[in-house]
Structures are given as C-alpha cells and as structure tokens.
Design a protein around this ligand. Sequence first.
Ligand code: KG4
Ligand code: ZN
Length: 321
Amino acid sequence: MILGIETSCDETAAAVVTDDGRVLSSIVSSQAELHARYGGVVPEVASRRHLDLVAPVVREALESAGTSLDRIERVAVTQGPGLVGALLVGLSAAKALAWARRLPLVPMDHLEGHVATLYLGRDPLEPPFLCLLASGGHTLLLAVSEHGRSERLGTTLDDAAGEAFDKGARLLGLGYPGGAAIDRIAREGDPAAFQFPVARVAGLDFSFSGLKTALLYAVRELGEEEAERRKADLAASYQRAIVRALTQRVREASLVTGLDRLAVVGGVAANSALRSALPDARFAPLDLCTDNAAMIASGARYVDALPYPRYLALDAYASLA
Ligand code: KG4
Ligand code: ZN
C-alpha cells in the first residue's frame, strides 16, 4: 500500500492506493472558501492552512482505507511544481512519516500525477496515448509513451485553461474558483450568442489571454445590467471558445503524432462541454480531475523510490523544469 500526500496549491490531500491501482481512500480538504474572498490563492495563507490540515487529513485517509501506518509500504509526495511554501508542508510531513517508519519515499511530479489518474481503477489506460492536461496552473499537450514518461508537445503561452475559466468567472461575478460555476450556468445559455475568438498561435501551443479581454469588452459594452441579464449566454459562449481552442489543438496533435487514443486530465477535465466535445477521449474520473493525492500515489508506482534515509535533504521545486 502506498500513502500519497499532495499540498501543491490549495488542496490538502492524502490517499491510500494499492500497488495494483485500487483507491482505498482519497481525502481532499479544499481551502477554496478560505481564498475566495481574495479572488485567488494567497500562498502564505495556503501554507499555514496546510500545516493545520495535513496531519488530520493523513489520519483520515488511513482510517477510511481501514488501515494504519504499520501497513504502509511507501510514502509518495508531490515535490513540484506548485507553491513552494505549500509544497514544503506536504514534503516535510511525508519525510517525517517515512523517516519514522524507515520507509522509502517517492518524490512525485504533480503533472505526472495528473496523468497517472488514468492508471487507476479496474480499466486503466495503457500508454501510448495523447494527453491533454488542463488545470488552473497548466495547459499541456503530452505524448505519453510509457508510464511516467511523456514528451511535451505544446503548452500555454499565457494563461492556463483553468485560469481562463477562473478569470472569466470573476468578470461574470461568479466567484472563485469559477470553472465549475461557468460550467453550471452555461447550461442555461446559448453558446452561439457571442462570438469570442479562438487564438491562433504557431505549433501546438495555446493562448487564452485574448479571450479573457474579449469577454471583458463584451461585458463593458453590454453594461452592468444587461451583462447580468445575459450572464448565461456570456458564460456559454466563453466556455465554447475555450473548449474549441482545446479540442482543435488536441485534434491537430493527434494528426501530427499519429496517436489516436486521447485522454484528458486536470481540473478542466471536469467540464461537461469539453467532455461532450471529445466523446472518444478517456477523461479522468470526475472526483479525480481536480487536485488529489490518489493520483500522486498512483504515479509513484512507476517511479523509483528513494530508500530511507536518502530523501531527508529533498527540496520542493516551484516551476516546470
Ligand atoms: O487540477 P486543479 O485542481 O489545479 C491545478 O493543478 O491547477 O484544477 C483547478 C482548475 C480551476 O481553474 C477550476 O476553475 C477548474 O480547474 N475547473 C473547471 C471545472 N471544474 C474545475 N473548469 C471548467 N469546468 C469545470 N467543471
Ligand atoms: Zn493540479
């Protein structure tokens, strides 16, 4: 059994996963409400909250898996990328637990973790496949050649797809984080009501900053009252532009690489319009789209563990290598 710990952003998460990919427990304590009043994640606030939550969340993960530390064989933890202060809380907790029990520790890349969501459960996806990772922090197109190994084909030049959802939601007064709120209200709107541009950039990269500006202008032009009245149409049209940008690039990447099996992971994979726009793709299960520790424990099955006590000097890293 593997104990996974994830604290890279504003979710404190712990999970117990078996070597054959069964999720025995996955506990996620979201700080979203805490950060909502600031309209985004405040790093220092996140770190302090992780400190309060990491021990109880680990305890709950062990309990709800019906197990105890005595039966854990490896500890897996997110090393980066993410907020360094937040990452350090999880990393220190993982080191302490592993050290106390003389267990090996697996430092995990958060993005590889998202991909490893696809390897969980009864019907795991086997590489090779093309993977779209769309979250609040990243938008990546990956050619996954084997477990734990992928080549980066494209990334965003500015905002991440989830960030575009969040900024759009803020403009529409839907709160933070706003992806799920846009998804919900868009169901009552007309996606063809407004024409928002899909940015054309070279290669297989993405760009979302122009889209957010287009929404800002549309809202200004309508005026406060009218924008409020047409909120559902605005949300639906905005969502359609993001979904189009993502699906176009996925299709192009599929042609370029010859990889015809598609997968989508990360918070934006929860989006219902994206799910219906890519009916043949494998999506991460809904409860494992946003940050969690089951994906970290899953990915750890394909990475060499560091034996006790070689991991004690490990450091967190903030950004993509
Ligand atoms: O993967 P994740 O939890 O965090 C990062 O690693 O960044 O993704 C969070 C992002 C947020 O931007 C949130 O608005 C977005 O995923 N999100 C959604 C939906 N649910 C979450 N975006 C669109 N539609 C959704 N249903
Ligand atoms: Zn994530």
